[in-house]
Structures are given as C-alpha cells and as structure tokens.
Design a protein around this ligand. Structure first.
Ligand SMILES: Cc1cc2nc3c(=O)[nH]c(=O)nc-3n(C[C@H](O)[C@H](O)[C@H](O)COP(=O)(O)OP(=O)(O)OC[C@H]3O[C@@H](n4cnc5c(N)ncnc54)[C@H](O)[C@@H]3O)c2cc1C
Ligand SMILES: NC(=O)c1ccc[n+]([C@@H]2O[C@H](COP(=O)([O-])OP(=O)(O)OC[C@H]3O[C@@H](n4cnc5c(N)ncnc54)[C@H](OP(=O)(O)O)[C@@H]3O)[C@@H](O)[C@H]2O)c1
Length: 475
C-alpha cells in the first residue's frame, strides 16, 4: 500500500481528549493541503471541549464562545467525534495502534496538585479541581457535598487565575449566578452559603502572583464584596521592587502590582462580603476534629534561589479560624496505561510533541502529544493552538518521511465495530449537538445560556433521541 495521506489511503489519526488542544490539532491536520487525512477525536465524556465546558468560570460566557471555532472543525470532512469513550478503560493503546497511523494524546491535566501538609484531607478542605468541576456540572464531581451554609470564612490557597475564579464564585451575587450556565445543584448551595469572608493566600509577593490583570481587576469590581489588601503586604521587598522597575519585568506583573496597591488604598464600602488578598503567606497545617476548624499560616520572606525569588518560611505563625479551604495550587496530569509518562512533571514524556520511549530515548513511532498533558497545566486556551501546531508540524513531517505506524486494519468502520463489540455507547458529534440543543432549550425560559446535564445516563439518553428536526412528538 502507498504511503498514507492520499484519497485512496487516507492518513488516519486518533486524537485522545476533545479539549482545546485536541480540536486545534484536529483542525491543523485536516487543513493541511498536502495530506488527505481522517481524524477521530475521542473523549471520555459524552460532551466535548474539555475545560472550556468544565473549567472556565460560568460568569465568563464570552470565553466559552471559542467553541464556535471547534464546531467549524467538527464540520470538516474527515472529522468524527467519539464521546463517552475512555482510553485506558474502553480502548487501550494497542487498539489505536491496530487502527491508526498516528495517535495524538491531548487528554489534559485533570488531577490536583497536593500541598502535602497535615489536615489537607479533612472534610471541608477541597481541591479547587473538585469545586470547579462541581459548579461546572462535570459528571465526576456532581455528587460532591459542598455544604456551605455554616461557612463564614473560606480560605483559598494559591495565587493563580483558578484561585481568582473560585474566590469570585464564592462572592458572586445570587442574581448574577442565576444568569449563568452554572450547575443547578450549585446555585442554591452558593446562594444559601453563609460566607462573609474569603481569604486568599499567596505564598510569594504581589510581584510574583500568577494571576493576570483582568482577573485581579474583576475581584475589585464585585457587587457584593469589598476587596481588602493590607498596605504592608504590597510594599515590595528591594529585589522585587528593582525587578518590577526593570526592563525584565513583564507588563502583567507591573500592572498586577499597581492594581493591588490601589486596592490597599481603598476604604471598604461595607459590602456583605470581603475578599482579603494576603501575600507571603503559606498554609502549614489544617486543623479540626471531624471537619476543618482553622488553618495555621506561616509567614514567608523572599530569597533569591537559582535566579528567581522563592518563598522561605520565617517561622512566624498565625492561626486563622475557617470552615472551608480550597487548595488551588495547580493541576497535574494522570498517566494512561501504556503511554510513557514523566511522573515528576505530570506530563507525557515528549520532545516538542513527539512521544519518547523513555527519558533520553528516541521517538515512539506514531505517538504524539499536545496541550496540558504535553507541557503541563499552564497557559490560556489560545496557547494550545500554537502548542498543537508544534506537534502537528512534526507529525506531518513524519508523514512525509514515512515514519508512521502500520495499522493492520485502518478502515474507518473498524473502530465503530470494535466499540459496538465492547458495548461502548459512544456519542457522535451529532449526538453531542442534541445534548447541546436540549441544554440551550432548557436555559431559554430562564434567560440562561444553557442548563447543563450532570448525569452521563441523561446525556446518553438525549444523544440517542431522534434529531430535534426529525422528532415526531414535538419534543
Ligand atoms: C478552572 C480553569 C479555568 C480556566 N479558565 C480559563 C479562561 O477563562 N480562559 C482561558 O483562556 N483559559 C482558561 N483555562 C485554561 C484552559 O482551560 C486550558 O489551557 C485548556 O483547556 C487546556 O486544553 P487541553 O485540551 O490541553 O486540556 P483539557 O481542556 O483539559 O481537555 C482534555 C480532555 O481530555 C479528556 N480526557 C481526559 N482523560 C481522558 C481519557 N483517558 N480518555 C479520553 N479522554 C480523556 C477530558 O475529558 C477533556 O475533555 C482555565 C483552566 C482551568 C483549570
Ligand atoms: N481567566 C483565565 O484566563 C484563566 C482562568 C483560570 C485558569 N487559567 C489558566 O490556567 C492555568 C492554570 O491556572 P492555576 O491557577 O491552576 O495555576 P497557576 O497559574 O500555575 O497558579 C498556581 C498558584 O499556586 C501557587 N502554589 C503552588 N504550589 C503551592 C504551595 N505548595 N503552596 C502555596 N501556593 C502554591 C503558585 O505559587 P508560586 O508562583 O509561588 O509557585 C501559584 O500562585 C494558568 O495558566 C492560568 O492562567 C486562565
């Protein structure tokens, strides 16, 4: 058989994970003028779009409109979506090797990084991953019990954009929440919460914060919450001050510091809630009996180590009573059996997207990776486009050089037959469109963008219905 990439012998690529990086990679493969390709995009959920659906905050609907770009990719000839297919459970890597010339892993970084401190797993202390999944109706987290009615003070650990998202969600007013696509189960819980104070702990200083300007600005514009910053916390140490004034400082850090210094000069307006932004403060221990009662905070100083300012414990301690702790210190990847993995970094072993057999070894022919599982959990949605391009450029170069897998059965029907044989109830893109349509329809009477399904069974039932236009019962 001739090399793949022709109409007679199309290049067959399996992409695993239908988040932004999966869609960008699919698009770049399908638009290559030299290659006739067919892309099958798999996701363990019946719904596509990864963290755009399950991570981006409900009060940021504009950001979610990026899915229109992905819909255009899905409409391209040669594209198929296989939702509700978990790789590692329903299909193994050997199955893909049997049916595709190339496999591209884009399954994201779905787990939370741990703090490694005593009391971390007491009831009332949660990873932001779980809280975010819960308010965004991710089926994995729908049953979590976030009982907030007895919570007066919540502590958020971390200084990234996810920490900003979860702090804002705890402080948003009920009317605003009810206009969003937040999970129904979260609306009443957040509305009934007794939260008066959210304390955000950054282990380094304002100049080292990981959040970006629009996100920190939003914290200061909330209807229901005053933002409180202690003026002494935003007085920079000499090294941070020199850096922020230098050419080397990035604009985001400079503006972050300006915004925080402005907050420190504000007089609280007496709003019902307060968000306290604290710096040089690390969690040391979480205390409580059968649930969280307080957190021990250690005071840090900044020291220069290997060219960057790191937090060092001064030994000074403070105990702060609180009833809820959200640990927002970053995500990490989960290995899939058979895929070479760097456990320390939480990413697939790779060189510019080519999967490596082992550290320092060569490319595992036909295997590629992109997105968070390739580079780690950093960057905004658009970052994944450039990242996917780096990988797809290499994949297409390998096509030209004939360095691909030689699948025994590359016919497009083979994978559908295999899934049917294994009784995997997969969801096609048109199945997802029915779920989408049903969610949007449910949202309309309430002027909400959509009301999300949270149960996989409900999604599968909707996906298997006749298309709305074909329905005879008017449903
Ligand atoms: C809480 C949060 C909020 C964010 N908000 C914003 C924002 O407002 N703006 C912005 O620009 N960026 C935002 N980001 C960053 C952005 O979401 C990421 O850059 C982007 O989603 C990463 O894309 P990805 O495709 O690599 O991974 P993901 O989006 O995580 O997609 C991975 C996909 O793989 C699937 N998968 C996982 N395991 C398997 C398996 N074994 N088999 C099959 N499928 C599998 C998952 O179901 C998922 O659909 C946010 C991130 C988080 C965590
Ligand atoms: N609106 C948006 O655009 C948006 C929204 C959400 C997420 N995102 C993106 O998604 C990515 C992930 O966001 P993220 O907030 O999860 O991660 P992040 O940006 O990497 O931030 C993680 C934060 O946790 C802190 N941290 C790590 N370990 C800690 C420890 N042991 N103790 C205390 N603090 C600790 C880090 O501090 P150090 O800096 O000191 O390590 C940092 O402040 C980012 O690129 C983000 O921009 C974007």
């Amino acid at each position: 058989m001739a090399d793949p990439g022709t109409p007679e012998n199309p290049l067959r690529v399996a992409i695993i994970g239908a988040g932004p990086s999966g869609f960008y990679a699919a698009d770049q493969i399908l638009k290559d003028p030299e290659t006739h390709a067919q892309v099958d995009l798999f996701d363990r959920l019946p719904t596509p779009y990864g963290l755009v659906r399950g991570g981006v905050a409900p009060d940021h609907p504009k950001i979610k409109s990026v899915t229109r770009v992905y819909e255009r990719t899905a409409a391209k000839e040669g594209f198929r979506f296989f939702g509700n297919v978990e790789v590692g459970r329903d299909l193994g890597i050997e199955d893909f090797e049997h049916h595709y010339h190339a496999i591209l892993y884009t399954f994201g970084a779905e787990a939370d990084r741990e703090l490694g401190i005593p009391g971390e797993n007491l009831p009332g202390s949660f990873a932001a991953t779980a809280f975010v999944g819960w308010y965004n109706a991710h089926p994995d987290y729908a049953d979590r019990d976030f009982n907030l009615d007895k919570v007066k003070r919540a502590v958020v650990v971390g200084n990234g954009n996810v920490a900003m998202d979860v702090s804002r969600m705890l402080a948003l007013d009920d009317a605003e929440l009810r206009r969003t696509d937040i999970a129904d189960h979260a609306i009443d819980v957040l509305d009934a919460s007794g939260i008066e104070e959210v304390v955000v702990l950054g282990r380094r200083g304002p100049a080292q914060a990981a959040f970006t300007n629009p996100e920190i600005k939003e914290i200061g514009e909330l209807e229901e919450a005053d933002v409180i910053v202690d003026p002494t916390d935003v007085q920079l140490d000499p090294e941070s001050q020199a850096w922020i004034e230098s050419e080397a400082a990035d604009k985001t850090a400079r503006v972050n510091v300006e915004i925080l210094q402005d907050y420190a000069n504000r007089t609280p307006e007496g709003k019902p809630k307060q968000i306290h932004l604290r710096f040089l403060a690390s969690p040391i221990e979480i205390r409580g009996g059968d649930r969280v009662e307080s957190i021990i905070i250690g005071r840090n100083e900044l020291v220069m180590e290997e060219g960057s300012l790191k937090a060092r414990d001064t030994g000074e301690r403070e105990e702060l009573e609180c009833e809820l702790i959200l640990r927002s210190v970053g995500y990490t990847g989960v290995p899939v059996p058979g895929v070479p993995f760097d456990l320390k970094r939480g990413t697939i072993l790779n060189d510019q997207g080519r999967v490596l057999e082992a550290p320092g070894e060569g490319h595992r022919t036909g295997h590629y990776t992109a997105g968070w599982i390739k580079r780690g959990p950093s960057g905004v949605i658009g970052t994944n486009k450039k990242d996917a391009k780096e990988t797809v450029d290499r994949l297409l170069a390998d096509v030209a050089d004939g360095l691909l897998l030689e699948p025994a059965d590359p016919g497009p029907a083979a994978i559908e037959n295999l899934l049917a044989e294994r009784k995997v109830n997969f969801v096609s893109f048109s199945g997802w469109q029915k779920i989408d349509h049903a969610e949007v329809t449910k949202g309309k009477p309430h002027e909400r963008p959509r009301v999300k399904f949270v149960k996989i069974d409900e999604m599968l039932e909707v996906a298997s219905r006749p298309h709305p236009e074909e329905a005879t019962d008017g449903s």
